[in-house]
Unconditional design. Structure first.
Length: 373
């Protein structure tokens, strides 16, 4: 079911390092979808610092959310690891970008609920309350777990249930984590949130307010050049054309750019993904390709990326082994980076394609279309 067809749409927004919070997020989403007509959308918050762990993770394919889109849902479940009795830095950083939503009262009355993955569990209730402070300032309606589901969990092992929201005790013995009991409570929490979200949706409708489930394409208020500095991104020198073509072409307000993984005149990690090139190397090549595109885009935009209105479409071609099917995971490197830099305006449509060869044995080629202001 997609967002438009459902009665209500609830966002499950998480951050994770080891995957514990992601597993809870999936259980919360399952609980939401048990409520008739409810759809859950799973998204993660962007990382402040790139992950040092380079192994592929099951949550790599989950898209990043933008702060602005929070207003478009009927309810939001927030999930994060417990870090020193608090939410994670990535989640804190994301919530700090919701100032515009706050001053414009966009989240007022919208139901919210919090779940967290802990180690020993030290400070886990305080950590949930650290979310609650922020959500209360937004005027959101807090949905706690109370004692729901506690009668049905195995009490012979430590469990992460709290009255405020589900937690998981990743460092506790007696079970794989999250435990069955922790996942059960997470699912009930999702259901309870969906119920509240339905109420919110009905009240909004009775007041004649449109459901916000339409993502607008407002011009971002962020300064893109400052954002690049914040993310420690230096754009490469614009590559030279190596044939009878232009680096970019502007038609109307659209800019068309195509690039491979050139870095300092050489292809970064050339070869076939899956045999000669690892997925991690392919991701690095994909990131380099996108940076080349942005460097050209800057030129096309008169030397200032703030003149870019939005990303429109990315098409990624990957030089792959016959059996390779994880193109989307590699392509996310480019997609996520665009959204991290441009926010909502970085969202784009996308295609990913496997190829039996690519120019100069580049493991990736990207075609990109942007719109200028
Ligand atoms: C910087 C840091 C601080 C942490 N602080 C706490 C803490 O205060 N209490 C606790 O129970 N676990 C703490 N942990 C452990 C994490 O909460 C735990 O590993 C959690 O399961 C990670 O979630 P994830 O699997 O979604 O990444 C901390 C971990 C880190 C890296």
């Amino acid at each position: 079911m997609n967002k438009e067809q459902s009665n209500i749409c609830v966002l499950v927004l998480f951050n994770t390092t080891n995957g514990g919070t992601y597993k809870l997020a999936k259980a919360v989403a399952e609980g939401i979808e048990k409520f008739p007509g409810a759809t859950a959308v799973l998204k993660q918050v962007p990382h402040v610092k790139p992950r040092t762990d380079k192994d592929a993770k099951p949550f790599d394919t989950i898209p990043y959310a933008t702060a602005d889109e929070l207003k478009d849902y009927d309810g939001i479940a927030f999930g994060s690891p417990v870090h020193f009795g608090n939410m994670s830095t990535d989640m804190r950083n994301f919530l700090d970008q919701t100032i515009d939503l706050w001053t414009n009262h966009k989240l007022e009355g919208k139901p919210a609920s919090v779940f967290m993955s802990a180690g020993s569990g030290a400070g886990r209730e305080a950590a949930i309350l650290s979310f609650w402070n922020t959500l209360a300032i937004h005027g959101m309606l807090l949905v706690p777990t109370g004692i729901m589901g506690t009668g049905e969990i195995d009490k012979t092992i430590p469990q992460g249930n709290t009255a405020f929201g589900t937690t998981s005790l990743a460092g506790a013995p007696g079970s794989e984590r999250p435990s069955k009991g922790e996942l059960h409570i997470a699912s009930l929490q999702g259901y309870a949130l969906a119920k509240a979200a339905k109420g919110y949706n009905l009240v909004q409708a009775s007041l004649g307010k449109t459901n916000n489930n339409i993502v607008t394409q407002e011009t971002p208020k962020i300064d893109i050049e400052a954002r690049l500095k914040e993310l420690n991104i230096t754009l490469p020198e614009t590559p030279k054309p190596v044939g009878n073509y232009k680096l970019y072409k502007i038609s109307g307000n659209l800019v068309f750019i195509n690039q491979v993984a050139l870095k300092n005149g050489k292809i970064e990690h050339p070869g076939k993904i899956g045999t000669q090139v690892t997925e991690e190397q392919a991701k690095e090549a994909t990131k380099q390709t996108l940076l080349n595109i942005l460097s050209i885009l800057k030129q096309a935009a008169g030397g200032d990326l703030n003149n870019v209105k939005q990303a429109v479409q990315l098409t990624g071609f990957f030089y792959t082994d016959d059996n390779y099917t994880r193109h989307a995971v590699v392509m996310n490197e480019a997609s996520n980076l665009l959204v991290e830099i441009f926010g909502e305006s970085g969202m784009h449509t996308r295609a990913t394609i496997g190829a039996i060869s690519l120019p100069l044995a580049s493991s990736v080629e990207i075609q990109a279309i942007f719109e200028l202001k």
